[in-house]
Design a binder for this molecule. Structure first.
Ligand SMILES: Cc1cc2nc3c(=O)[nH]c(=O)nc-3n(C[C@H](O)[C@H](O)[C@H](O)COP(=O)(O)O)c2cc1C
Length: 196
């Protein structure tokens, strides 16, 4: 049995490819690990605050009041990540990067002293022993070909999760969803490639 956290960031609801792909990954995980729990966090519907002055202050000060709303929300996001064994993240590619709502969620999780720390040996990740699946959706193709260097979505997330200590990361891509020759098959091709 596993604790699965499913982070949704597409604003497109039932039309979203990354949500459908994320759901398919979760279903496969549930059949692999019967009885697992799934916690869904929709950062498009319930966005996390940007890194404004108060959020920076309370998440980086030992003297921050524990009843501060920004701190409580950020702590909850961190707790959900730490409690999860497996994290499935839907990643729509928007203007070659991740949605700003997913970036805000990440900014609330990737905190010094909580997600990573600086030691004599350099930076040390504190979020260890997790598996991450990235359900990436894009209009064009980035895994190969001329657009490969333009993908700052999934590769960016891989680096951030590596930085905080997560090394077991699988990227599953529904790509070419806006291309005439790919749009009808991109999602199914991605679903068929899920190996958990
Ligand atoms: C605002 C916006 C920006 C987009 N930018 C890109 C892009 O830079 N590259 C790309 O290949 N597709 C781009 N697309 C297409 C999306 O990546 C594609 O529709 C994907 O399915 C979105 O994920 P979702 O269906 O889960 O929302 C963009 C779509 C929107 C709405």
């Amino acid at each position: 049995m596993k604790n699965i956290l499913h982070v949704i960031s597409s604003p497109s609801g039932e039309n979203s490819i990354s949500i459908k792909l994320g759901n398919a990954i979760v279903e496969k995980l549930l059949s692999q690990y019967p009885g697992s729990t799934v916690k869904e966090v929709n950062v498009a519907k319930n966005p996390f605050p940007h890194l404004e002055e108060n959020l920076i202050k309370v998440t980086r000060s030992a003297a921050a009041p524990s009843d501060d709303n920004d701190l409580k929300r950020s702590d909850e996001a961190v707790r959900q990540v730490k409690e999860a064994d497996i994290i499935v993240i839907g990643v729509p590619l928007f203007n070659f990067g991740i949605p700003s709502t997913l970036k805000s969620w990440l900014d609330n999780v990737v905190r010094p002293g909580v997600a990573f720390t600086y030691s004599e040996k350099g930076v040390q990740g504190l979020i260890t022993g997790k598996q991450v699946y990235l359900a990436a959706a894009s209009g064009a193709i980035y895994s190969e070909g001329p657009m490969k260097d333009y993908d700052f979505g999934a590769p960016y997330l891989e680096k951030v999760f590596n930085f905080i200590g997560v090394t077991d990361i699988t990227v599953i891509r529904a790509e070419g969803v806006n291309m005439p020759n790919m749009k009808d098959i991109a999602l199914q091709k991605a679903i068929n490639s899920i190996a958990v």
